[in-house]
Design a protein. Structure first.
Length: 170
């Protein structure tokens, strides 16, 4: 199991990094927390049930590592968005400027969301987790996941409207 588990962890790094960046918003901190989470997963490898999906198990460890980092640094996490998500394939300089401004506005809006809202948006829109996977990770029925995601999107939309940014919701 060790060699296979090591490969599984190594292949999960890009996804884990994307998740930590989405939760923490700082590249350096995201890399450190991603590595910390993978180390914790390695140490907890005996608790993983190979009969169950791997990523929800790993995501729980990643989420807890992010929460620990937030508690340590006493800062609000912001959602990780990159310019590619907000811009077209070949943006003009004006579009690039608008995109960067919109990205910054989304960062600020995500930072003002409740942790519960930010987390579920990151899970669905940045990690592309299904409702079932989110429910498994959070220990919630699918209907509850859907309603929480709906409320989180409403909260983000409201924050974006207050900031004068519309049409940028995930």
């Amino acid at each position: 199991m060790s060699a296979t588990f090591t490969e599984l962890l190594a292949s999960s790094y890009p996804r884990v990094h994307r998740c930590t960046l989405g939760m923490l918003g700082d590249e350096q901190e995201a890399r450190e927390v991603a590595q910390e989470a993978l180390l914790k997963a390695w140490r907890a490898r005996e608790s993983y049930d190979p009969g169950r999906p791997f990523y929800p198990w790993l995501y729980t460890i990643v989420r807890n590592a992010c929460r620990d980092a937030i508690a340590r640094s006493h800062h609000r996490a912001i959602g990780g968005l990159d310019a590619e998500r907000l811009s077209s394939a070949t943006p003009s300089p004006l579009q690039s400027l608008d995109s960067k401004e919109a990205e910054a506005g989304v960062h600020r809006a995500m930072a003002r969301l409740a942790d519960e809202h930010r987390e579920i948006l990151v899970m669905r829109h940045f990690e592309d987790l299904s409702y079932v996977e989110i429910g498994e990770i959070l220990g919630l029925p699918q209907g509850t996941v859907m309603s929480r995601l709906y409320r989180a999107r409403q909260a983000l939309t409201a924050q974006l409207r207050r900031a004068g940014i519309e049409g940028s919701t995930p």
